[in-house]
Design a protein around this ligand. Sequence first.
Ligand SMILES: [Ca+2]
Ligand SMILES: [Ca+2]
Length: 271
Amino acid sequence: MGSQKKLAKNTTAALMVLASCASLHAQTFIEDFGNSASRVSNTYVGSSFTFSSSGTVVDGQYTVMRPQNITGSTGQAYWANLTTDHTGTADGALMVLNAGATLDDIYVRNFNMLPGHSYRVTGWRYVVNGANGGGSSDPLFWSFQIRDPATNAPIRDPATNQPLYDSGPLSSGNTRLQWVRSTYEFRVPLDCSSVGRAIPARLAITNQSAIVNGNDFYIDDISVEDTTPSGSVENACYKAVPVMGAGGLGLLSLMGAFAGAVALRRRRTDV
Ligand SMILES: [Ca+2]
Ligand SMILES: [Ca+2]
């Protein structure tokens, strides 16, 4: 029994090392659009929407700016000025989007996911003119999808060929002149044979309302968060590995890999 307890203790320690390594690869993000005093572009905005550096922001165009003088800067009275952005930081900026009829990606950004981990995608919209022209509060729609960065195609379930991570159209509700949050939560299937190994992923936020007269809104605070309790997935995989019997060899090889990593870490520390 003593040796088994020691084995389990060593394995737990090794898995903690693995978990700390894994967290280094979980590159989730927050987009607050900065605080530039001038109108600026954003590298993650989809190529179908063009940057307007000055003057009007017409259908299919966007700009990133502080919200206190949008009507003056664009010369378009149908926008609305705000005292602050959604982030609420001093001089914070937001994205001004005249989405128009362009049913394409608004925001596209790569990150890494981990097997068994849960994620929450968040984006905030402030509808200035909804789906039926100036002053309308009829709903606008966008969607959140996770894709393979290598192909830009949705990551699919091998069994059903259906996209694994797709929010479908998310409504702004019958809201106008207020910030509305959209969220989409998902969990990556758990594969203990690849636990801790980063999976390249791409968030795509896509316009799902093809409307020229209206469809004018602001965007702020887009984020992807890893909501997984620290170490929970790695511990679940540890528990799934049998200590005795035929699985013992697998555990020993797993521990061998961890021991190598620990030894390497110690060597580096000793230098
Ligand atoms: Ca902001
Ligand atoms: Ca419009």
